[in-house]
Design a protein around this ligand. Sequence first.
Ligand code: NAP
Length: 518
Amino acid sequence: MILESFVQGQWVRGKDAVEIRSAVTGEVVAQASGGGLDMGAILEHARAVGGGNLRRLTFHQRADLLKKLAQYVNDRKEQLYKLSFATGATRTDAMIDVDGGIGTLFVYASKGRKELPDGKFLLDGAAEPLGKAGTFAGQHIVTPLHGAAVHINAFNFPCWGLLEKLAPALLAGVPVVTKPATVTAYVAHALMRMIAESAILPAGALQFIVGPTGDLFDHLTCQDVVSFTGSADTSQKLQRHPVMARESVRFGAERDSLNAAILAPDAAPDTPEFNLFVKEVAKEMTVKAGQKCTAIRRALVPANRVDAAIGALRERLAKVKVGNPELEGVRMGPLVGLEQRRDVLGHVGALRSEAEIVCGDAENFPVEGADSKTGAFVPPLLLYCAAPLRATKVHAVEAFGPVCTVMGYDGLEEAIALANRGDGSLVASVYTHAPEVAADLVFGIGSFHGRLVLIDRDCAEESTGHGSPMPGLIHGGPGRAGGGEELGGMRSLAHYMQRSAVQGSPAMLGGVTGKAAG
Ligand code: NAP
């Protein structure tokens, strides 16, 4: 399978080809053909053709496009599940990626219809009187940028990553140039083929770049936006590009995150909350083999419950069958590739300078239906850090695999201090049945986290869990997590729109507000 870019309305082969290998067998599954594309022309096509086409539509018409697209992909998603096996994803993992992306389109479509006007512009707040006689006032308006949204995605969610960034950009009226991570680009490519074949989106609304972005950043302007998901290193490199500063190009990033789960002191081993904590930590370690930006990396438990928590986690993790993700009964597939396995094991090595492995042996573990040497398999690895207040690596090194470190705390203040040592995370979850404990923790760690999940016996059944970003709620986090906010209901459209103050007479402002209404 040769992967091509979809640019300026056509499928185009690049000048170089990079082999992509199966995470399970190590065999070549696709060739990414990238490089040599005219990035200036691609951005110009987005701005001139895509932007014009999208801005001619109202919010409701654009919401309808998202809904149609969601339905179209939903009817054809089986193909995406099948392709995902080679990335190491089980069927459940693939559903999180594929259905999660489709669901995000549906939610933005529905919210766009319900919460936005059937117009082309937004008003922000009421008119602000500015003169005693009432002949002069001010009004904030919000208009779509006239540029392109450049979306650079991580390998772990080839479908969700593309669609969850696409939904708010298109709804705002801004065309997208999307770039998948190369190692799983064949899944994103199949999705892009579907989208192009559907012909639902207007010309220029979505372009797809395989391989390197070349000189794309040289052509960015103040009307363009970059949304990046991936490592902190790449993020910083991109942000340092001179054009980013010169043109004040908007940049949103979702990066590394040392997310915490906090077992509260009231959650003794015989309570439902203790069991929910154990279940969630084990789930977050093993779903997508722990390759989730939101996965629990640090499990904080009261010092006197460390043994009980480790014991219960060991028991649960022992039941996880690792192997070929296509096989019935296999709960965890391999990491995305051998390079990622080297990376994860290297990071585990760094963590071991401050923590000991208490469950899992990366040198010796059963692999079902695949070869542990040629596939990128790693077993769930649970570590224990005895001195977390003095430690630094367990709060900073993200082993992007089935890896989590348990650490004890003494009192809520210490739990808060430890959770915040992640220096900004996407999410933390709290397991307690005591509302006052939950409130203390929420306000103690809120400013360091983008999302907080309170899990107890009352909400467990309906809870969407620690690791699932919800389209209507914030996905993003401060500091190490990148400082972005790429999901979060209609407010996430602000990334793609400009807020301006308009001042004038009531009649003039009336004309402006009337046009915004549609
Ligand atoms: P990565 O190496 O930083 O790559 C991320 C993306 O950037 C890929 O599409 C990559 O393309 C592209 N890229 C790399 N160098 C580039 C350059 N010079 N110019 C333009 N694009 C460039 O990260 P990764 O290994 O794919 O992802 C793993 C990391 O992502 C983890 O650390 C994880 O924490 C983070 N992550 C965060 C979130 C979140 O929401 N916070 C979600 C998922 C993952 P190529 O593949 O072609 O190199």
